[in-house]
Ligand binder design. Structure first.
Ligand code: HEC
Length: 143
């Protein structure tokens, strides 16, 4: 009896391994790649209530503001730095000049840096609806 159970367990594990090999990198959906600063930034994101408007990591509604899952794949770090320094210079009429969303320019530089690291760690793979179209190069230079 034990022998049969063990055999079934081994067969099940074998099947899972084969499936994940067959799926390959093309099946990668949203994933997270945080530095220590990025993890701290996750806390700041929660404290500031960013998910009142944005959706990320399964929390927040769709439709009020862009979904932030995959932000770190769609945008370069440099874009985020400039957006947090001066939102309207990157997005004319941006909500983040304070008229709708929080004014990023009023945040302490440390908080901005932590949020940028957090957002840059929100990645998307080709199988994610948050993956950029047209696709970006995964091997090319990313700042
Ligand atoms: C009151 C609603 C609201 C809140 C709260 C809010 N946002 Fe936004 N956010 C928006 C809207 C609307 C946009 C659309 C682009 C724009 O207006 O700049 C946006 C855009 C963004 C973008 C740019 C996305 C892109 O790639 O184009 C980032 C990054 C962002 N928000 C981060 C944050 C963070 C971090 C917080 C918390 C500190 C936050 N938002 C809180 C409404 C909000």
């Amino acid at each position: 009896m034990f022998g049969l159970t063990a055999l079934i367990a081994v067969a099940a594990v074998g099947k899972t391994v084969m499936q994940s090999r067959a799926e390959g990198p093309a099946q990668v959906r949203d994933f997270y790649e945080w530095t220590e600063a990025g993890l701290k930034g996750k806390g700041v994101y929660g404290q500031l209530g960013c998910n009142n408007c944005h959706r990320a990591m399964g929390v927040g509604e769709v439709g009020l503001a862009p979904v932030l899952d995959g932000e770190g794949t769609r945008r370069q770090r440099d874009w985020l730095v400039r957006y947090f320094d001066n939102p309207t210079s990157m997005v004319p009429g941006s909500a983040h000049d304070g008229h709708l969303g929080p004014d990023f320019r009023l945040l302490a530089p440390e908080q901005r840096m932590l949020l940028i690291e957090f957002l840059f760690g929100l990645k998307a793979g080709p199988a994610s609806p948050n993956y950029p179209i047209p696709p970006i190069s995964l091997t090319g230079p990313r700042s």
